[in-house]
Write a protein that binds this ligand. Structure first.
Ligand code: NAP
Length: 473
């Protein structure tokens, strides 16, 4: 077999593994296998690329080694971040992907320009290079901004920053870059062409920042997913520039899965794509509640444990607070004690609970809670009126009934878990602060609701201890 055929074969197997990886990752039963398939696919891609370099008599091994070391030096610490920081970690990965695509496009252009190589700078290739640098560099700065917002970096405002004519300015900038790109495609070797190229880079970098600043921190996970799609598309363009089929297929998979995920997230929040991108959601600080102050009823873990021990069905609704507190292992203990007492326990999983898709599933799987007891929102809502207890652990927006009836609420229309339909509600959170959308939650003022104030890990641990107590029946 020729070296070229071997490389193409490795790329083919790698592509198949990437597809299987995505398929397997969509089901918790096979997700682990999916991760291994993805890693194997990437390994084969690297081996195939190196084999190609060796077969064509490449001489730049030191550069390749240096790149490996630099990549590992950045990648290793990134892999160590806690689960709650995964959204911003993902954004950083996209930033690097975008930067790599942008730099490769730039290097290729200047290489061919220096050679005066009109054949290499065919219309098709220059179109691909322009798409690559535009998407690559805007993904770079856009993703850095998104990561900064999620990490709550001080000098990046969390709230949307808006000004008159913002959308028009952004569109004019983008059209300017596309116009320069068109001029470059027509005259790739003109004396002014490198300046036009540089201008496209500057505009793309600026556009990435300007695109993100009007979007609030709460929408960053959706935006990251859209940037994922852009990074994928720039990789496709890079694949055409480098004539690398694997980059084209892997980039297309990346681009389409990012887009599909963004659509799923928008649906789960009942928001349109344009509303997320241009709606400046979360702009106004939460309005002070006028009139009389509504009262919370706090309760003790002793009495909550007693009620739960008597229940037939307890539905646990986890949210972002469970992730922050890392309470999943204590939740598992609570689950075990309730099961031992013959109580049926189900977990109600809202698609946007937490800060990233699948956030709750990952945490509960980590605590080895049987997957059969995790029920999606649509599956559990019908059973909520039969639930004796809804135990809310650090969730807020995803159980806010205002989404159902309050047309003025920013979360109006978002599908929610109907915790308010359970017979009794216990809610664990640390304070009276609102959740991500910045709004009060009517659920916490209902007659049937009792607050268990405190850190989720401590409170759930306490509940588990109470339920393990021999004196309690
Ligand atoms: P949430 O509305 O942000 O509420 C989380 C609650 O957890 C807060 O009210 C907070 O109250 C409490 N909390 C925080 N730390 C805690 C701790 N250590 N112990 C106990 N409680 C703690 O969360 P959610 O109900 O999961 O809703 C998710 C929100 O994020 C939605 O608005 C959703 O649209 C948005 N979002 C999610 C995604 C996604 O992919 N998952 C994407 C985009 C947007 P205290 O401060 O009083 O403790």
């Amino acid at each position: 077999m020729s070296a070229e055929n071997l490389v193409q074969l490795l790329y083919l197997v790698s592509t198949a593994l990437f597809i299987l990886s995505l398929r397997w990752m969509s089901d918790p039963e096979t997700a682990r296998k999916g991760v291994f398939a993805g890693v194997a696919a990437m390994l084969l891609a690297v081996i195939g690329t190196l084999a190609g370099v060796i077969a064509t008599g490449g001489t730049h091994y030191w550069w390749i080694l240096a790149a490996f070391i630099a990549g590992a030096a950045v990648g290793y610490p990134l892999a160590q971040v806690p689960l709650t920081a995964v959204p911003q970690r993902t954004a950083l990965s996209h930033a690097f992907g975008g930067l790599a695509a942008g730099l490769v496009g730039t290097a290729k252009y200047f290489l061919y320009f220096g050679q005066g190589n009109r054949d290499a700078l065919s219309t098709f290739i220059v179109v691909a290079i322009v798409a690559e640098i535009l998407l690559g560099f805007l993904t770079f700065t856009g993703s850095l901004m998104a990561a900064g917002k999620l990490q709550e970096v001080k000098w990046i405002p969390q709230r949307p920053v808006t000004y008159p004519g913002q959308n028009a300015t952004n569109i004019i900038l983008l059209l300017g870059a596309v116009g320069l790109g068109a001029a470059l495609v027509a005259n790739p070797l003109a004396a002014w062409a490198p300046y036009a190229f540089g201008a496209i880079i500057v505009i793309s970098l600026a556009f990435g920042v300007l695109f993100i600043i009007p979007i609030g921190g709460a929408d960053m996970p959706t935006v990251i997913s859209i940037l994922n799609a852009y990074a994928g598309l720039s990789a496709v363009a890079m694949g055409f520039v480098l004539n690398n089929k694997l980059l084209i297929t892997a980039g297309a998979l990346d681009g389409s899965s990012g887009l599909i995920l963004s659509i799923i997230m928008c649906k789960a929040m009942n928001r349109s794509f344009t509303n997320v991108l241009f709606g400046a959601f979360g702009q106004a600080p939460a309005a002070a509640v006028g009139g009389e102050q509504k009262a919370y009823k706090a309760d003790t873990t002793e009495s909550a444990a007693q009620v739960m021990a008597q229940a037939n069905l307890v539905v646990i609704v986890p949210g972002y607070g469970m992730a922050v507190a890392q309470a999943q292992h204590k939740v598992r203990e609570l689950y075990d004690h309730l099961k031992k007492r013959g109580v049926t326990v189900k977990f109600a999983i809202h698609p946007v609970a937490g800060r990233m898709p699948g956030h709750m599933n990952v945490l509960l799987a980590e605590a080895e809670i049987p997957y059969d007891d995790l029920v999606e929102m649509d599956g559990i809502n019908g059973d909520m009126p039969q639930a004796d207890v809804a135990l809310i652990i650090g969730a807020n927006d995803v159980v806010n009934p205002a989404a159902r009836f309050d047309k003025s609420s920013p979360i109006y229309g978002m599908p929610i878990i109907d915790a308010d339909r359970a017979k009794t509600v216990y809610a664990i959170k640390r304070s009276k602060n609102p959740g991500f959308a910045g709004i009060d939650n009517e659920l916490y003022f209902l007659d049937k609701t009792f607050m268990l104030f405190g850190d989720a890990k401590a409170v759930v641990g306490d509940l588990a201890k109470q339920l393990s107590g021999e004196g309690m029946h």
